[in-house]
Design a protein around this ligand. Structure first.
Ligand SMILES: [Zn+2]
Length: 225
């Protein structure tokens, strides 16, 4: 996994966290960010969930600011994010091979605040594309945060978190358009006229089909009136 991919994973984790409607289980959050050594809350069950729900609200507020304008969000929330980043500590693992060569591998300890702090820092970073790609789903009942990245085949970057929400929104818009159109009095008359015209056409069609029914029972050569 290259740096770009691991950053994307980190940002998506924070967005998943922010998108939770409410934290109902601490385990679900720990599964997302991991637990730093000794970092598990002493509280358990509902009490732990309530504390993590507090974190989730803070995370969602930071992400919402970054979505509006990453530059202004950095000016406003930069200090908060730096405090969160300070909670992440690097842990090193040293190994030595048979020839006595020593290698130190560093990894960031995970934890909820450090985890979403890192993601928001990436969203704030002007040298990275994450802030610019951050959107909220345009489907009004959803409004989830997501990374809007144009597909390799081209075309515009998506404005909906899923194709399902794109389709639902298109359907809603079509209903709304026809309702708005019918709300204009002159259009209502047009619509009535259209309905009447359609009704008349249906009546006529019914008549014709009965007529042809009659005609087919008449002897040949007598079909003209
Ligand atoms: Zn959506």
């Amino acid at each position: 996994m290259n740096a770009n991919e691991s950053e994307k994973v980190a940002v998506n984790r924070a967005l998943t966290f922010a998108n939770l409607r409410k934290v109902s289980s601490a385990d679900a959050v720990y599964r997302l960010f991991g637990v730093p050594p000794g970092g598990q809350l002493r509280e358990i069950g509902g009490a732990a969930a309530a504390i993590l729900e507090h974190d989730r609200t803070a995370c969602a507020a930071l992400v919402a600011q970054a979505e509006v304008d990453p530059r202004r969000a950095r000016a406003r929330d930069g200090a908060t994010v730096r405090t969160l980043l300070a909670k992440s500590r690097l842990a090193g693992t040293a190994t030595m091979d048979a020839h006595g060569r020593v290698t130190l591998t560093l990894a960031a300890q995970t934890g909820v605040e450090a985890g979403y702090g890192f993601a928001v820092a990436l969203l704030h970073d002007p040298s990275r594309a994450w802030g610019k790609a951050l959107r909220r789903c345009a489907h009004e009942p959803c409004r989830k945060f997501f990374l809007s990245i144009a597909s390799r085949e081209g075309g515009p970057a998506p404005t909906y978190c899923t194709r399902v929400h794109q389709e639902a929104s298109d359907k809603l818009a079509a209903v709304e358009r026809s309702r708005a159109w019918r709300a204009i009095p002159s259009n209502r008359e047009k619509a009535h006229a259209g309905d009447a015209r359609r009704k008349k056409a249906r009546r006529l069609a019914a008549k014709v089909s009965t007529a042809t029914g009659t005609v087919s029972r008449q002897p040949r050569g007598d079909t003209t009136k």
